[in-house]
Design a protein around this ligand. Sequence first.
Ligand SMILES: [Zn+2]
Length: 177
Amino acid sequence: MSDHAEVLVCRSDSPYRAAARAIAHLVERQIIEPMPTDCVLAALGHRPGPRANDVVEEPLVADLAVNGLEVRLPHGVELFAPAQGEPPWVSCPRCKHALEGEMLFEHLMPHDPFKPAPMVACPSCKDERAIEEWTAHGSAFGNLAFFFWNWSPLKESFIAEMKEYCGAPMALLHEHI
Ligand SMILES: [Zn+2]
């Protein structure tokens, strides 16, 4: 069976604190269970709590093996992109020139987290900025992501609340594997 996820990608100055704060709120509101279990793919996740249906457009399917909230905290900002569908691309915030394919991926290689991110010059207008400052399309740069596995679409109001808990911008992606 294939699995899908509603993914909230967040870019926070303190991602660990933002994640802890969001989880605490979700547990308190009984949207997720407090104890992580093996309810996501190859990781630990929080199963839906008794009030999970308050935050989704349609009631969750009961008793799925994969139905938890998985929190990902990468080392630094990375580009989150769905595994299937259109490949991600970015554009220059100044002149909208697109970077895609190899041109993009070579800049997504991990860099020394103790050094400033390397600058990427726009081939068109020559403006320079770190790749994570380019505008992402079909993807999102972030250092904290919430994967709601096999949840139905999240309510707008809930996404706004998550943004408040994390105190940082939040982008919504749809993962399907
Ligand atoms: Zn440009």
